[in-house]
Design a protein around this ligand. Sequence first.
Ligand code: UD1
Ligand code: MG
Length: 498
Amino acid sequence: MTKPSSAASPSAPPPPSDRPLDVVVLAAGAGTRMRSARSKMLHEVAGRPMVAWAVKAARDVGAREIVVVTGHGAEQVEAALVGSGVRFARQEQQLGTGHAFLMGARELRGDADVLVLYGDSPLLSADTLRAMLARHRAQHQALTVLTSDLPDATGYGRVVRGMGGEVERIVEQKAATPAELRITEFNSGVYLMDARAPELAAQISNDNAAHEYYLTDLLALYRQAGDQVAAFRIADPTEVMGANDRLQLAELGTLMRQRINTRHMYGGVTLLDPATTHIEDTVSIAADVVLEPGVVLRGQTQIEAGSRIGAYSVITDTYLEAAVSVKPHSVLEGAHVGEGSDVGPFARLRPGAVLDAGVHVGNFVEIKNSHLGRGVKAGHLAYLGDAQIGAESNIGAGTITANFDGVNKHRTQIGAGVFVGSNATLIAPLTLGDAAFVAGGSTVSQDVPEGAMAIGRGVQRNVDGWSARYWSKMRQKLPQKLPWLSAWLERQEKSGEN
Ligand code: UD1
Ligand code: MG
């Protein structure tokens, strides 16, 4: 808040820019054309329910109070927004936008500017809303409606202007004359109004063909009160597009992804194939990161400079330090990957996987809740769960930390510089001391001291001539398709006879 100027009398209203802003999100509509058991408002665009985009826009534009009007699927919608700091107003019957607004406005204190948003128009940007708010306040408007143009605005309310170009009213499709139907400027349904809006909305009637309470009637009510109404007319009509069916939902998704991808490309990120790259808006990516085709980045993922993400990798809530290489088809969730490490192809990092710098994780390696020290290598086919692995240790192919006894999880502690041979089963709880060796194929259930070698497997013996005796007995069953083996057996039998 800026200081009130000393010239202002104590009773004068605060200057416009100091007035708080409250937001009413209309989200009670049915959304029948979605053909869904889920509320339309909860269908996702770029990883976020549509109604949550409206709430985010409200926040980004500096809302004090946000009231979401719910009706159809109210419980679902409210549950999805719990914890986001919004309040709810129920509209039990969907009697129209004017009625919905009134339900929401009753929750407001009546001392603020009011912004109305729809819960199913996720593309509306905070930048546009800020510009609209700035104009609305600078020009001391009572009501500003957000409009745009479409060559064919069928279905929308049209903006009817007077001789001087001033906004007169909005006429709904159903009530429009043929001339009005040719108007390209349409009502987005977004309005900024002064603090009288809730009071005036109470006067809206349903005296029209549809017997609905039209929020658009507020224009006439403001004008009757002696005020002018204004339009904030934007060039890009897609910003106020809503989703009525799954086709439109997909279109909104594509537009939203394009917007997010564009932002990253201008920020210095290379997208080899933007059309197949899905980045949620919560993700942050430094310059000189390369994303190969089909990459999906979700949630609180953060990627530092110089990293490269291989094709068709899916990364959720993961922090990648600089110069990391994730090879194709890897799945990372809740992980931390240290500088210069490389992961994949076909690697899986699960929550709590922490890799220090220069770690190598190869194909078909799964890591969960484990810390791998600097320079650790786990190149192939391993499961590492609930493990601590010291720097420079090498984990052989096929190694498993047997961390689960059927009831509890146990930890495996591996020191630095340890060499675990291929196909070791490490039965937790277990500690391998620094620089220890585990012989390939061992099942290890006892701790190994520093510098020791553990071998835990059956002792091998070779039985000479066993194969020929076996196959002779099985001759009748020797598969026809094994001519080399049949000939070999014949030679063995002949040399045995001699
Ligand atoms: C409304 C506008 C129209 C505008 C269009 C833009 C009115 C009378 N008309 O028409 O001028 O061009 O939006 O999309 O306002 N909702 C409720 N409760 C209700 C009715 C609607 O919460 O009782 C919500 C819906 O969930 C939706 C929004 O309000 O988010 C708009 O409702 P919708 O029925 O789509 O309005 P339109 O008839 O399309
Ligand atoms: Mg509509």
